[in-house]
Design a protein. Structure first.
Lengths: 114, 112
């Protein structure tokens, strides 16, 4: 498995502000993803972070709200923009390495918007 | 819409018993299946993955896949209180996409 460092681990933010979450992996990985887990619910895929190009967003998620960068094979950021209380959630970075299909998750960022 | 369904539970079993967790999926195009364990306040941890029909065993865990019936199960033998967690079933959206659909999870309680 890969060692995935995600930060911050938690934050409390004012509505209307933005938060950038970082995900750093200890080795090169093929795929990086960002998921959201709302309170009491399962994981929903936000987007695939593509190295050196625009992320691929899933239905219901847009770049203006969730801009994502992936400048190299080991690092990605997710920004939650213009936050509202509905954005309160856990945000998780996930990686897949090489030819394996198994995905591993970072520790998550617990975001509370007040 | 592609779905993965699980009974939310809680499923309560006594310590030392076998816990049986079930999952069904809607898309016959799904080929890879995964079980994650998630403790409260923590991120999901991969327990098992299975790609072929039949059983796959790893220690106290056995994953079972039946593609004809579109169900996946996870058996935990000799259940321990430390196994108490939410178990998430996931299926890939389509072969080679590396995208997963997650079920809502089954909460397991192992009673000491």
């Amino acid at each position: 498995s890969a060692v995935i460092s995600q930060k911050p681990s938690r934050d409390i933010c004012q509505r209307g502000t933005s938060l950038t979450i970082q995900c750093q992996v200890d080795s090169q990985v093929t795929m990086m993803f960002w998921y959201r887990q709302q309170p009491g619910q399962s994981l929903t895929l936000i987007a695939t972070a593509n190295q050196g190009s625009e992320a691929t967003y899933e239905s219901g998620f847009v770049i203006d709200k969730f801009p994502i960068s992936r400048p190299n094979l080991t690092f990605s950021t997710l920004t939650v923009s213009n936050m509202s209380p509905e954005d309160s959630s856990i945000y998780l970075c996930s990686v897949i390495r090489g030819l394996e299909e198994e995905a591993f998750f970072g520790q998550g960022t617990r975001l509370t918007v007040v | 819409q592609k779905e993965v369904e699980q009974n939310s539970g809680p499923l309560s079993v006594p310590e030392g018993a076998i816990a049986s967790l079930n999952c069904t999926y809607s898309d016959r195009g799904s080929q890879s299946f995964f079980w994650y364990r998630q403790y409260s306040g923590k991120s999901p941890e991969l327990i098992m993955f299975i790609y072929s029909n039949g059983d796959k065993e790893d220690g106290r865990f056995t994953a079972q896949l039946n593609k004809a019936s579109q169900y996946v199960s996870l058996l935990i033998r000799d259940s321990q209180p430390s196994d108490s967690a939410t178990y998430l079933c996931a299926a890939n959206v389509a072969s080679g996409t590396y995208k997963y659909i997650f079920g809502t999870g089954t909460r397991l309680k192992v009673l000491a």
